[in-house]
Design a protein around this ligand. Structure first.
Ligand code: FE2
Length: 285
C-alpha cells in the first residue's frame, strides 16, 4: 500500500494496490495514520456499498441512531448518511468549520466519506487546515497565553437556550498538541470567495462570539485572520478534488475544513458518509 504525505503537517494519500489491502491493514495502523496526519485520502479503491459499510468502522465507534438523532441526520439501516444532490444539505457550500462542535459531549467526531457518484472533479472541492500549525509555529509565548484566555461561544440549535463557551485553545487528547479550536461556521468574511450560507447556519451550529476572560467580546475577525494566514502556509493547508470511489477520512480534532459548491446541482451526485466517535472519547466518558 503506497502511503505519501500530502503536506508536512496535514494530509496523507493512501493508494492501495487492491481492496484487500484496505482490510488487511489493522485498526491501530489506520488510527495512527489518522491522528498523525488529521486527514486521510484513500484513492483507487471504488468500494461497493457493502465494502464501505464494513471498512468505514475501523476508524472509531459508529454513532448510534440516538446520536444521529441529536443532529437530525437521516441515516439508513446501517447508520450511513446519503449526502447528495437529492437532499438539500448536499447542495450547499460550507465555509470553514469543524463538524458538530457545538455539542457538549459529542464533539468533533471522525467522518469518512466515499464518492459514490461523482460527475465532475471540480465540483465541491474540499479544503483542509491544521488549526494548530500557526499556534505552534508563529506565536510568541505571550501571544499564546493571551489566546489561551479566550473563549468561543457556540450555540446549541437543538436546545435553543444553550450556549457553550469553550476555550479557544484546546489540546488534542491523542497527540497532546495544542491548537486553536476554530469551530466556526459563521466567520463574517468570505474566504476563497465562499459566502456563508445563512439558511444552513440558521438550522445548524455557529459561533456567536469570541470573548475574553471578563466576558467581553473581542470579535470574530481574529479567527478569519488566523484562517487566511494559515492558508499561506503550505505545510498546514491543502485542497482535495473528488473522483469516483475516492474516500476522505477526517479527524475534527486539530483540523477544520470547508467545501465549495456543487457545480451542477441538478446532476446526480452522492457521497456515503459515516460518523464515528474517537475511541478515546468513549474512554473519557
Ligand atoms: Fe463538515
Amino acid at each position: 500500500m503506497k502511503v505519501e504525505k500530502i503536506r508536512s503537517d496535514i494530509g496523507v494519500l493512501v493508494s492501495p494496490d487492491s481492496k484487500e489491502e484496505l482490510f488487511e491493514t489493522t485498526i491501530d495502523e489506520w488510527q495512527k495514520l489518522l491522528y498523525e496526519n488529521l486527514v486521510i485520502i484513500i484513492d483507487k479503491t471504488k468500494l461497493s456499498y457493502d465494502e464501505f459499510n464494513s471498512f468505514s468502522k475501523v476508524f472509531g465507534r459508529p454513532w448510534t441512531e440516538k446520536e444521529h438523532g441529536i443532529h437530525f441526520e437521516p441515516i439508513d439501516e446501517n447508520g450511513i448518511n446519503h449526502w447528495g444532490t437529492k437532499n438539500a444539505t448536499g447542495l450547499r457550500s460550507l465555509s470553514w468549520h469543524t463538524d458538530n462542535s457545538w455539542h457538549p459531549t459529542l464533539r468533533k467526531p471522525i467522518r469518512i466519506l466515499n464518492g459514490a457518484k461523482i460527475f465532475d472533479p471540480d465540483s465541491a472541492v474540499v479544503h483542509f487546515l491544521n488549526t494548530g500549525y500557526l499556534f505552534n509555529h508563529q506565536f510568541s509565548e505571550k501571544e499564546r497565553r493571551d489566546l489561551m484566555n479566550l473563549r468561543i461561544v457556540v450555540w446549541d440549535y437543538k436546545n435553543k437556550n444553550a450556549c457553550y463557551p469553550y476555550p479557544l485553545v484546546c489540546q488534542n487528547p491523542h497527540t497532546k498538541e495544542l491548537a486553536l479550536d476554530l469551530s466556526a461556521m459563521d466567520i463574517n468574511r468570505d474566504i476563497l470567495g465562499l459566502k456563508k450560507e445563512a439558511d444552513y447556519i440558521k438550522g445548524n451550529t455557529f459561533i456567536i462570539d469570541l470573548i475574553d476572560q471578563y466576558g467581553k467580546s473581542v470579535g470574530l475577525e481574529l479567527l478569519a485572520d488566523y484562517i487566511e494566514e494559515s492558508m499561506n502556509h503550505e505545510e498546514c493547508y491543502f485542497s482535495q478534488r473528488w473522483s469516483p470511489g475516492l474516500m476522505m477520512v477526517l479527524s475534527n480534532t486539530n483540523s477544520m475544513h470547508m467545501r465549495e459548491r456543487v457545480t451542477e446541482q441538478d446532476r446526480d451526485r452522492l457521497l456515503w458518509r459515516r460518523t464515528l466517535s474517537h475511541y478515546f472519547q468513549d474512554q473519557l466518558s
